[in-house]
Design a protein around this ligand. Structure first.
Ligand code: PLP
Length: 482
């Protein structure tokens, strides 16, 4: 089901799809990549796609659609109110999650806006396994406090814990005892915990949290944006899920949650989002905000074409052979790098492969943004675009002091079903070369530093002219190769 055995014994992730539409890629010479980097202020967010060979920035809105999704888009029933396309989507969501009520939204953060506005009061606490950038912002903007009770193993770069995304239930109990359940807005579980490397939580852990929430009347919210990866890992790694179908595991998770929301830029490989619940009171409260922020209740900011694609994409999420490509490719890439001594986050999660910059370029101090330097260096030597997830992704505190991140990671996302194995091998090969030449990589400094979410639009320069040294060494070793 997941690994087809090879006679050679080699562990190869075998694609259970074939490619029927292709997009031509460019690979430009390293000298031009350096020019592109300079223009982008060494920030991979500011690069132009035409200069990028492998775009591993994110999995958001860039997963490959299936032939059935594309075909469904042609059938979209376009109308402002009451389109058949919407009814199909609503029915699919009801069937998969077993929830009666559905609210459409234009993307994941829009759901977070609606949920936070409805349930977060000034001073109330939102407990979660880990925050996502937009989640935290929405809770804080509504006066809430975010408490992250990730299990200890979640903070370890290398561990063999199968569920690093678990919530520490004892900490939740202690908080309830100390502050009282009435001060807790909700407990939020994030599937495929994004910022700690796409790590899953276990069904058992969610079951324990449900018990505590039941005892104290606390709302349990599931962020199902990265549900597909979490489902895969539960099926593969958790005893009680071994004989359950993906559909059954999904229902088990949904039955434990009061509210489920998702970004359809990830879940269902389309674009959009939505909120599901069986609680009529919650539904009515949240519903008021949809026409105000999203659009009418039968589209919520989504195009009818995307809704058609999403309906099919949700159904395809119930198929192990449609959701295993991401985790299997990520496992392959992570294990290849790990076996060659490259510092990566283990065990492999969903979403992408994560380089540990703190170790990779340990000579670069955190205030010189080692993960940003590594992301820039990797683009320079390969055309692979990753994302900085370290100190540059934090903002300064009120006094202008740097907040040094817990982890300095470079995320190399693997959008689902987009890359081939030879492309992944290329990325691994260049990362290995870069690791052998890591001493040539130097630090970074800001030249334009926005106050909020500086990682998106900030511009950097190199502390020394180290990219020239790296370019020279590249030419020595690779000749006139691209
Ligand atoms: C991407 C993401 C979101 C936000 O979704 P958008 O569609 O980008 O607004 C929320 N939660 C998680 C876990 C995500 O990965």
């Amino acid at each position: 089901m997941s690994h087809v055995k090879f006679y050679s014994g080699e562990k190869v992730p075998l694609e259970m799809h074939k490619v029927r539409i292709v997009q031509k890629l460019n690979i430009i010479p390293i000298e031009e990549r350096l020019e592109a980097l300079k223009e982008a202020g060494y920030n991979t967010f500011l690069l132009r796609n035409r200069d990028v060979f492998m775009d591993m920035l994110t999995d958001s809105g860039v997963n490959a659609m299936s032939d059935k999704q594309l075909a469904a888009m042609m059938e979209a029933d376009d109308s402002y109110a009451g389109s058949e396309t919407y009814v199909k989507l609503e029915e699919k969501v009801q069937e998969i999650f077993g929830t009666e009520f559905f609210l459409p939204a234009h993307q994941g953060r829009a759901c977070e806006n609606i949920i936070s506005k409805t349930f977060v009061k000034p001073g109330s606490i939102a407990v979660m396994n880990y925050h996502f950038t937009t989640t935290r912002s929405h809770i804080v903007i509504n006066g809430g406090i975010v408490e992250e009770y990730l299990c200890e193993e979640g903070y370890e770069i290398n561990s063999d814990h199968p569920f690093k995304g678990n919530l520490d239930i004892e900490k939740l109990k202690a908080l309830i005892a100390e502050k009282g359940a009435e001060n807790i807005a909700f407990v939020r579980y994030e599937a495929g915990t994004n910022l700690i490397g796409g790590q899953p939580f276990s069904l058992a852990n969610l079951q324990e949290a449900r018990k505590v929430c039941d005892e104290h009347g606390i709302i349990l919210v599931l962020d199902a944006s990265l549900l597909a990866d979490n489902l895969y890992f539960m099926k593969i790694r958790e005893e009680q899920c071994k004989d359950m179908s993906i559909r059954e595991i999904t229902r088990a998770m949904a039955d434990l949650s009061d509210i489920i929301y998702f970004s359809a830029r990830k879940l269902g490989c389309a674009r959009g989002g939505g909120i599901c619940t069986n609680n009529k009171e919650y539904y009515i409260k949240m519903r008021e905000l949809v026409p105000l922020y999203e659009g009418f209740l039968t589209y919520g900011g989504m195009s009818v074409r995307e809704m058609e694609a999403l309906t099919v994409g949700l159904e395809e999420t119930m198929d192990m052979n449609m959701i295993n490509q991401g985790p299997l490719f990520i496992e392959y890439m992570t294990e290849e790098l790990f076996s060659k001594g490259i510092p990566v986050v283990t065990p492999a999660g969903g979403l992408g492969c994560h380089l540990n910059a703190k170790e990779f370029v340990k000579h670069i101090p955190q205030h010189e943004y080692p993960a940003a330097a590594l992301a820039a260096a990797l683009f320079l030597v390969s055309g692979v675009r990753g994302m900085e997830r370290g100190t540059m992704s934090e903002d300064r505190d009120e006094n202008g002091a740097e907040k040094l991140a817990d982890m300095e990671l470079v995320r190399l996302a693997l959008p689902r079903r987009v890359f081939t194995l030879s492309q992944v091998k290329y990325a691994v090969d260049r990362i290995v070369w870069l690791y052998e030449n890591r001493d040539l990589i130097g630090g970074m400094k800001f030249v334009e530093e926005p106050k909020i979410l500086r990682f998106f639009l900030g511009k950097l320069d190199t502390a020394t002219d180290w990219p020239q040294d790296l370019l020279k060494k590249f030419r020595e070793d690779f000749g006139d190769s691209l």
